[in-house]
Design a protein around this ligand. Sequence first.
Ligand code: GN1
Ligand code: MG
Length: 366
Amino acid sequence: MTDILKIVQEFRIKGKPNGFEKTGSGHINDSYRIRISPEGSQEYLLQRINHHIFTDVPLLTDNILKVTKHISQKIHSGVSGVPFVGLSLIPSGNNIFFHKDEDGNYWRMFNFIEGSRSFDLVPGPELAYEGGIAFGRFLSLTSDMDATGLTETIKDFHNIETRLEAFRKVCIDDPCNRVAEAVKEIKFIEARADEMHTILSLGRSGQIPLRVTHNDTKFNNILFDSNNKAICIVDLDTVMPGYVHYDFGDAIRTGANSGAEDEADLMKVNINLVLFKAYSKGFLEIAGEFLTEVEKAHLAFSARFMTFIIGLRFFTDYLGGDTYYKTHFPYHNLQRARAQLKLVQSMEENASAMETIISDLCKKSN
Ligand code: GN1
Ligand code: MG
């Protein structure tokens, strides 16, 4: 077992580490909250980076440094309306902001944001609205960064072409003999595959701009204070060039779902239009000022697109033998995929209502 407190010593922290606990519900990295004495001292968040997924840790670190420095500078220069508490990487002994241990694992450390909490399921429209403001502001804060100055930490992350290719390949290879029992899901995916190229086509033809996007805007990546005000956006591993639709869509997938991401009872999985409207309202109050008409016109669709592509990825991982996402029980990825595909279906049934909500909000923000 890794000696967590020994790893902590590799970083330049203030105070003495005196305990830790595992925290967070991410599917990729492992996170530990590090307690520091004397009591009341700044605590830290230690993370083991999954280097099988983020294969170039120095480049990943460089991206995060660029983004956190950019946001901190804005906070310190008092840009109005910035509610964010700065997240910063803690230097390691050799000043490179990560540590590689004897077993080849990579570790990094952030300041722990005291008194904050996050929500896997959104409790109500007030929080959804706050979340929309937070991700709108993240986009606005990074809008003057040069997108080409950041590297793609995972190549083709939301590229539907390569995601479908990987899916079709695993359907043919069928390494775990799981295809025969998954015909219904395969048909569901193939029936929608063409439509799901929309965002990529708009980008390739220059109709929507590349921006600095977060790309993993799960609602639980927003930290709230005890007054339910959003104070920080975390999980910056995939901040890189992307389209606004990736961020808006993924936030709706998780922030306006009436069920959990891996809900087993599909009856519980539906798009919640009240939460959808509240999130969209907050988001457009900020981002409505700088998004183009073409970008706005595809926001409602992007929720369906991102739900589809994440469902496709869970399903591909299931068919391939569960090698990418952490799973907590057998068939977990299949259960996640089914819940996502059910949410796609619910969004299809509510597509015109979602379009109307967005176009009404856009009229107001004009
Ligand atoms: C992963 O970091 P985490 O576990 O929240 C994944 C996202 C998916 C998400 C689905 C690097 O995010 O793309 O949307 O799971 N991150 C990576 O819950 O693949
Ligand atoms: Mg993540």
